[in-house]
Structure formats: structure tokens, C-alpha cells
Design a protein around this ligand. Structure first.
Ligand SMILES: O=P(O)(O)OC[C@@]1(O)O[C@H](CO)[C@@H](O)[C@@H]1O
Length: 413
């Protein structure tokens, strides 16, 4: 409990706990900036027959990230001014000094610049992470996971719902930023006991109004998005939602984050699978064509800010949803704020600003965690790097204040 008390005191003294940066040697954030990003640049470099211009730009970015200072986007970049305004105080300073959230987000923007993704030219629109995403979709693990859907067919609806929710949750472990673009680092064994589990509240919220729209803010494609689509199909088929809006990234980001093109690839993969997976793929495709599943995107999903700073149009849009489900670690960091919160800080307090009811489905892959009860935290302390290794997961829910009481009805689906 010592750490909690000490940090809580710091929160009381300073108002807010420190924003995470990459400054601290040995910290998780430092490792991402000093090791993962350079490794990613090398892997992208080898994945395409880029010309000298792209190769030079990638090498310069690698050098800059580790040894140099943050440089602005080139003069030709359409969002150069936008990024200058977003980070005036970080330019000309070491990357390690900037907030982790800002530095990671800007790193991905610079990587896209280096490979010519945005600028007019032959590499415009060519997703530098596509080879890794495609390899995962073709792989044996996806095939096994799709086949396993047949085993759920005969299950009572509530059991099936629990299994699908868990599959969507643990799908988040498979992100290619965390495991390396080639999926090389296998995370330790998953701990099935969640560190926080508000799933009953989640189902209770979904039972309140079958005419509701559910928003899902997606995270990774492939092994995460496929179970997300399967869960969405379940919500639509079993009267938990009348309509689902799936929010994806407007462009490649954090290696495997899902874009519209990735949704299409995943749907194709589902649709050509035999058995239940194929049937689900067909239904989801159909749901898109009738508008019951609406795929949308917003520039803010690639912005270097917490959701507390979301623009009015996005706030209004999410405010119309009965529930917003946020997938993954980055969305969690952006939801509660990328700070060294005491782990027992109430989730509801930090998400009170969010429009409507909100649920986070996330495996733990960075230092941020809130909403744990003190006993759970005590038990975890003796373990390994539970905050960052992807072995632990949580489901946290905050119902809209003033909404109907959350008593869990008997579940049928
Ligand atoms: O949002 P996701 O896909 O669950 O996780 C993204 C992530 O792997 O990327 C960062 C490292 O680059 C970590 O903060 C985080 O764990």
C-alpha cells in the first residue's frame, strides 16, 4: 500500500499526477521510444522496395528519434502547421522529453511522411504496415480462432455472449505494436482472472434499450478486429443494439490499428471461412450494406491528446450512443489520461467528462491503470510486470450519470 499512499499524497499536493514521458531510464515508455520505434523503422524499411528518398528519410528518422531533437514535418506536408501548433514546446527538444502520448502519435505521423504515404507520389496511400497485417490474417492462429467459433454455436446465449466478450477483450493482446510487426514477441501466459470486471454492468446497460446505438472505438485489426466484428454481430443479432457505429483510424497508426481497408480485409477473411465464421462474415457484410453497422472515422482518433480534449462534433456523435465501447491500451490511456495515476483512482471520476456511458475493454500494456480495488492491487504487486506485459486485462464501465439504475436483469443473450 506504500506506493498508493505516497502517490495519493502527490496527487493531493500537486493536483494531478505526472504525465508519462520517455525520460525515465528503464521505464516502459523509454523502451518504446528507444527500442521499439527504431526496430519498427528497420522492419518497415525491409518490408518494401522503397527508393533512396524513402530509405534516407527512414534512416534520418531513426537517428533523430534516438539521438536528435524533434523536427517539424516538411514544408510540403498539409498538416505541418497543425502539428507545429500541437507541439510547439516539444520541437527542438529530445524526443524523450515529450509526453509519451504526444511523442508516439507524432512518431507515427513522421513515419508516414518518411515513406511518402501522405504526399503525392507513387507511395501515396501505401500502408507501411500492410505486409504485417496481411501476414497475420493469413496465419494459422486466425484460422484456428475462426474455427473455434463453431464450438460456440450450441451454447446457451448468455454463455456464448460471455465467450465473445472475452474473445474481443483478449484479442487486444495481439497488437503488432506490442508484439513487434512480425508478431515475434509472444506475451506471457494470460491471467484469465480480470483485474477489474464490470461485465455484468456492461450487459445490464445493453439490456436497457434494444433500440440503442452502440459505438465501438476500434483498436487493432486482424486478431483483435475479427472478434470485435463477431461481438458486434452478436449485439445486433441478439437485440443488444439496433445499430452499431464502428470508429476506425483515418490512416495507418500504431502499427496494426484498424482502418476502413482493414475492416474490409477482415470481413473478407471472415466471409470466406467455412462454418459459423463464414455465416457471421455474411451477416456483418449485410449489416454494413443496410447501415445497421456504420463504419466511421475522425481525424481526432490519430491526435496526440486524451479524449477529454475531443472536438465538439465527435463529442456530439458519441453522445448519441447508448454506450461507447473503447478497445485497447491506447484508447484507455487517452480515456483516463496518460498519467501515473494511483491505481485505485476511481474509473468513474476520470471518465465523468465522457459523453454517455462508456466501457473500456483492454489488456494492460502500459503503465496506466485506474479503478482497481486495494486488495486486487496488493495481490498484483507481488507479480511480474503486470502493468505492461499484456498478461492481465480489465473490463471497466461507467454508466451515464442520471441514467437508469444498473441492476443486472436475468441474461438471455
Ligand atoms: O492500443 P493497443 O494496441 O492496445 O496498444 C498499443 C501499445 O502496444 O502501444 C504502445 C507501445 O507502442 C503501448 O503504450 C501500448 O501498449
Amino acid at each position: 500500500m506504500g506506493e498508493t499512499r505516497a502517490t495519493s499524497q502527490a496527487v493531493r499536493d500537486s493536483g494531478l499526477p505526472p504525465v508519462i514521458t520517455c525520460r525515465e531510464p528503464g521505464s516502459f515508455a523509454r523502451g518504446v521510444m528507444a527500442e521499439r520505434h527504431p526496430a519498427l523503422i528497420k522492419q518497415v524499411r525491409e518490408a518494401f522496395p522503397y527508393g533512396p528518398r524513402q530509405l534516407r528519410a527512414l534512416d534520418a528518422l531513426l537517428h533523430e528519434v534516438v539521438h536528435g531533437v524533434v523536427e517539424p514535418l516538411g514544408f510540403g506536408s498539409p498538416d505541418r502547421e497543425l502539428w507545429l501548433a500541437r507541439g510547439r514546446e516539444h520541437f527542438g527538444r529530445p524526443w524523450f522529453d515529450a509526453p509519451f502520448l504526444w511523442a508516439e502519435s507524432y512518431f507515427y505521423r513522421r513515419l508516414l511522411e518518411a515513406v511518402g504515404y501522405v504526399d503525392e507520389g507513387p507511395w501515396q496511400g501505401v500502408d507501411p504496415f500492410a505486409p504485417f497485417k496481411r501476414a497475420e490474417l493469413r496465419g494459422g492462429t486466425v484460422e484456428e480462432e475462426l474455427r473455434a467459433l463453431d464450438d460456440l454455436v450450441g451454447l446457451p446465449a448468455a454463455e456464448r455472449a460471455t465467450a465473445l466478450l472475452r474473445a474481443s477483450l483478449w484479442g487486444n493482446r495481439a497488437d503488432l505494436g506490442f508484439r513487434g510487426p512480425a508478431g515475434e514477441t509472444v506475451p506471457g501466459e494470460a491471467d484469465p482472472g480480470l483485474v477489474a470486471d464490470d461485465s455484468e454492468s456492461l450487459w445490464a446497460l445493453l439490456a436497457q434499450d434494444p433500440a440503442v446505438t452502440v459505438a465501438v472505438i476500434a483498436d487493432n485489426t486482424g486478431r483483435e478486429l475479427i472478434p470485435d466484428l463477431v461481438l458486434i454481430d452478436h449485439l445486433l443479432e441478439h437485440g443488444h443494439a439496433d445499430r452499431v457505429v464502428l470508429h476506425v483510424k483515418p490512416g495507418p497508426y500504431y502499427v496494426s490499428d484498424a482502418t476502413t481497408a482493414d475492416v474490409v480485409d477482415c470481413l473478407r477473411r471472415l466471409g470466406r471461412a467455412p462454418g459459423e465464421a463464414g455465416r457471421i462474415g455474411g451477416r456483418v457484410w449485410q449489416a454494413m450494406s443496410t447501415g445497421r453497422l456504420d463504419v466511421r472515422t475522425h481525424a481526432f482518433f490519430c491526435a496526440p491528446y486524451p479524449y477529454e480534449r475531443m472536438p465538439e462534433d465527435l463529442r456530439a456523435e458519441l453522445g448519441t450512443a447508448g454506450l461507447t465501447i473503447l478497445k485497447g491500451d491506447l484508447n484507455y490511456r487517452r480515456l483516463v489520461g496518460d498519467r501515473l495515476w494511483p491505481a485505485t483512482t476511481p474509473f468513474a471520476d476520470l471518465t465523468a467528462y465522457f459523453p454517455g456511458s462508456v466501457a473500456a475493454l483492454r489488456t494492460l500494456k502500459s503503465d496506466v491503470v485506474v479503478g482497481l480495488d486495494p486488495q486486487t492491487l496488493e495481490g498484483l504487486r507481488s507479480g511480474r510486470a503486470w502493468r505492461t506485459s499484456g498478461t492481465h486485462a480489465l473490463i471497466q464501465v461507467r454508466a451515464q450519470p442520471g441514467g437508469p439504475a444498473l441492476s443486472a436483469p436475468p441474461r438471455t443473450g
